[in-house]
Design a binder for this molecule. Structure first.
Ligand code: AMP
Ligand code: MN
Ligand code: MN
Ligand code: MN
Length: 286
């Protein structure tokens, strides 16, 4: 039985490792299957796929971590094994990239009220073409001396508690689920941890999610056990990964260690192969 990590970020979003380095690093950590799951983009996956297709040691499956609007709250949904060329996926990533930009501008306005002068151009430069996220804003705040550390930027200015309801134009959770399944993929609730009550998890299941991240570095043993029980009682895929961001900021030490058994990926594959049977002529419309 092999090891899989289905939660990895690259420079296409807020990761610090290039897609090609993610592949070589995964090989050196003896991972058998990985998914690159950047925030609201598949650009990292597409770049890594060109390299992974020539490597026998590793398999790369299509992945993305989509930010959805779950009744006014942002909810991270992982999606796997969808058809990357599907027009509805292309449309979703386009809408979400724009949403991230506008959301970044909104956050800058909130920070201006505290006397911090940031320009969206500085945030874009920090993101180097990747999708904009709060980590890039945190880095600019630190560069400009407004905070002493990345951590301080989050704790004092960028956390959900500090910002309140963050303006966004993301798809609703139901629309994300419909889009991904329509493109032959599966949807998994990311790092549920203490984020959701059981009732909220039930609501996500009723909306059609296929799986839940049981294994995640933020999960205590008790949470992991609860999520495993929840997955079993609701017949959900048991997924997981390291949420590696390629630096010491997020889960560096968990890469290659926080993994799932490749058997779980076989279940995911079986489910999505069924969904892809009826997909045809899906690439032309967008
Ligand atoms: P965004 O995608 O703009 O909502 O930013 C969320 C990202 O910021 C997450 O994916 C993490 O990479 C990072 N993040 C969230 N909360 C924290 C925190 N408290 N400290 C450090 N990084 C965080
Ligand atoms: Mn992130
Ligand atoms: Mn997340
Ligand atoms: Mn993540």
């Amino acid at each position: 039985m092999g090891k899989a990590d289905l939660h990895i970020h690259t420079t296409a979003s807020d990761g610090h490792i290039s897609p090609s380095d993610a592949i070589s690093s995964a090989i050196s950590h003896k991972l058998d299957i990985i998914a690159i799951t950047d925030h609201d983009t598949i650009n990292g996956y597409l770049e890594a796929e060109k390299i992974a297709r020539n490597k026998d040691e590793i398999e790369l499956i299509p992945g993305i971590e989509v930010t959805s609007d779950f009744n006014g709250r942002e909810c991270h949904l992982l999606a796997y094994c969808f058809e990357p060329k599907h027009y509805a996926i292309k449309k979703m990533v386009h809408v979400h990239r724009q949403s991230r930009l506008k959301r970044g501008e909104w956050i800058i306005k909130q920070l201006a009220k505290k006397g911090f002068e940031l320009d969206i151009k500085e945030v874009k430069a920090e993101a180097r073409g990747g999708n904009i996220g709060r980590p890039h804003i945190a880095a600019v705040l630190q560069d400009k001396g407004y905070v002493a550390s990345y951590k301080e930027a989050f704790v004092r200015h960028l956390s959900d508690q500090q910002l309140g309801d963050i303006y966004n134009e993301y798809y609703s959770h139901t629309k994300v689920i419909e889009t991904v399944k329509g493109a032959g993929g599966a949807v998994v609730i990311a790092h549920p941890g203490r984020l959701y009550s059981n009732k909220e998890l039930e609501r996500l299941v009723a909306a059609g999610v296929d799986g839940i991240e049981v294994i995640h570095p933020s999960h205590s043993y008790d949470i992991q056990k609860n999520m495993e029980d929840f997955a079993e009682s609701h017949h959900l895929l048991k997924m997981g990964g390291s949420d590696f961001h390629g630096s010491n900021k997020n889960y560096q030490k968990h890469f290659g260690i926080v993994t799932i058994n490749t058997r779980n990926v076989s279940h995911l594959r079986r489910m999505t192969e069924q969904r892809k049977i009826n997909l045809n002529n899906v690439t032309s419309k967008y």
